[in-house]
Ligand binder design. Structure first.
Ligand code: URA
Length: 288
């Protein structure tokens, strides 16, 4: 007999499934093993569970097709994310989606209301630039100017970033620029952990689609999100690291440079390392 779930719970589950769908996760495993409560309360639980052993092996359960599913996405077997302490994080569970495009990522993001930032934003700032860029800059989140214009890094920090890009011998249109969170945190505060967790899978998909040679993280939030670390940025700034097999380098955020112009020299050294990898001519002494 199928029991009907209460409507609020059904809606919650549907929202959650839609969220995973957006991340490209379509299969879930139902854990049929008895709960600790059942094990403790049932005197027959030991023999019962061993008799059931075969049938309790997790079986893939196909999610019902959601409206947004595109026929171009082949169904894939993806393990359901396990509880945080026991298994892979959502970060690891989010696999590359075959045939994904920036347009589809943007469509999946939609008029997002997944986290609390939606209630104060004006515009979703998805990202901008060359969708086939060899170099992607990842910032933290939109500020007031970006929120107003819908484009990343167009305020004061953005002007400095543009100068840095041009000092590398590139134009903004040559690179791709995006952020960890796509909506402005109020008062330009740092995004909260839950906001980063909710939004970052869309960033991972953007990076997978663009497949750049180099990712430059601007500041600690981007670096911590892509490297899944709590270490301070000064411990690994300017070092070559990896994100899903791609070269990643973290440097200071342009907003930090506006407050600490003395750090510009270090950032310029970092960018010269990037230029060397991209085969751009490294000119001694030139900096933004
Ligand atoms: N700071 C960021 O991190 N991103 C922007 O888009 C603008 C400022």
């Amino acid at each position: 007999m199928t029991e009907r779930l209460p409507e609020p719970l059904r809606k919650k589950i549907a929202d959650r499934l839609a969220f995973y769908e957006d991340l490209g996760i379509r299969f879930f495993y139902r854990d049929r093993s008895p709960s600790p409560h059942e094990v403790l309360s049932s005197p027959a639980s030991v023999s019962h569970s061993s008799v059931q052993e075969e049938s309790t092996l997790p079986k893939p359960v196909r999610m019902p097709a959601l409206q947004k599913t595109s026929p171009t996405m082949p169904p894939k077997l993806v393990p359901a994310p396990l509880p945080v302490a026991a298994g892979p994080s959502l970060f690891e569970a989010t696999e590359k989606i075959v045939g994904d495009t920036l347009l589809r990522v943007r469509e999946d993001l939609g008029e997002c209301t997944r986290c609390k930032l939606h209630s104060t934003r004006r515009t979703i700032v998805f990202g901008d630039g060359n969708p086939k860029a060899e170099l992607v800059f990842v910032g933290e989140g939109p500020g007031a100017d970006e929120d107003a214009q819908g484009l990343p890094f167009v305020g004061r920090a953005g002007k400095l970033l543009t100068q840095m890009i041009e000092a590398m011998g590139l134009q903004r249109r040559d690179v791709y620029i995006c952020n960890v969170v796509k909506c402005r945190p109020p008062e330009n505060r740092q995004p909260d952990d839950d906001e980063v967790t909710t939004c970052s899978p869309f960033l991972f998909r953007q990076l997978d689609v663009i497949a750049p040679k180099v990712i430059v993280c601007l500041g600690a939030v981007a670096a911590k999100t892509l490297l899944q670390t709590n270490r301070g940025i000064s411990q690994f700034r300017g070092q070559w690291l990896e994100f899903r097999g791609r070269k990643l380098l973290a440097t200071y955020h342009p907003a930090y440079l506006l407050r600490n112009p003395n750090a510009k020299g270090e950032v310029w050294k970092d960018l010269q390392k990037v230029m060397a990898v991209l085969g751009l001519e490294v000119k001694k002494g030139k900096s933004a």
